[in-house]
Design a protein around this ligand. Sequence first.
Ligand code: SAH
Ligand code: SF4
Length: 362
Amino acid sequence: MPSAGASLHDLSFREMAETLEASGVNPQHAKALWKAIYRDGDRDLHVRSFSPPLKRWLDERLGDGREFHVDSPEVVDEIHSSDGLTRKFLLRLSDGQVIETVLMGYDGRHTVCVSTQAGCAMGCVFCATGQMGFVRHLRPGEIVAQVLHARRVLREIAPHRRLRNLVMMGMGEPLHNIDSVLKALDIISDVRGIGIGPSKIAISTVGVVPGIRRLADENSPYRLAVSLHGSTEEERAALVPASQKWSLAMLMEACRDYGERTGKRIFFEWTLIEGSNDSPETARRLADLLRGMDAHVNLIPLNPTAGYSGKTSASGHGFQRILREAGFPCTFRQRRGIDVAAGCGMLKAERRSKPAVVVPKA
Ligand code: SAH
Ligand code: SF4
């Protein structure tokens, strides 16, 4: 049932204070409201005791058909990995769109992986989300609500653990929805509420050059991950159609500039595909491309998807060795969730083709 009105989750702290003030409520009350929503994670703000003016404001303005609502996506499916460390949620938004959020716990750290769009316009050939096409951008509140959901679950299953890390590696291209993404991150990193540290937040992009330049201009405090996948224009174009718009040359120039201006390391993501981008020559060319940069390479084994016939590479360790010998830290991305179809957009794709059978593994 679609809720009318604006979402309180779309407001920054300052906007929340201004909104209260505009209707005659002392803006100081924003602190209590913010704490209830983001620190305590209250879902029903009507049952909590607030100061009378704030309570009145909420009673008059919050709810179905009123001026404001809160984002509360419905859990359509929840799947646990067999090692118990990953939980994947399929969440239905108020207009019926379904997105994925993943809670991962390993090495004592808990990370939430959020979606930033329903579908994706970038069309990477191996990606289940790319194969679906673009549906719409998510609002800031719809991104924030994913984090609140993951934290709620974590509080239930491990009350003493904190959600400390966030990656934007779910469905969608964050820098294609950059305004909403940056606003959501502002809310998520606010220490009065959820308080995930900016250095524990990673934005992963397929290489939207204007977005990378904007992050450099704004000296954005978040980590940057760039999904490269190809060491020449041809190799990359075969996998990443967006490279027709932002060529490898433009992308690498923007990355170098970002590194020089921010002094920050860039994480390069590389989905390894048999016979496509996994040869020793490619590894050497990649090392040449990165020469002189503070770069870390993350190798991702390909997760097979229905719309792509490429195979998982068996040459990953040789590829890794070449990069390491060239002086770059190079690791395999931990894909703990692989047995819960944790590849980007994969659970949703699986549900679409077989609606009734997404069987939780024991
Ligand atoms: N749009 C952003 C973030 C979402 S995708 C981006 O492309 O970076 C997150 C990561 O998952 C990307 O590095 C992407 O290349 C990778 N990925 C997507 N589908 C995959 C698949 N089927 N197998 C392995 N990695 C995949
Ligand atoms: Fe979009 Fe990222 Fe998937 Fe490419 S890999 S289609 S950019 S979500």
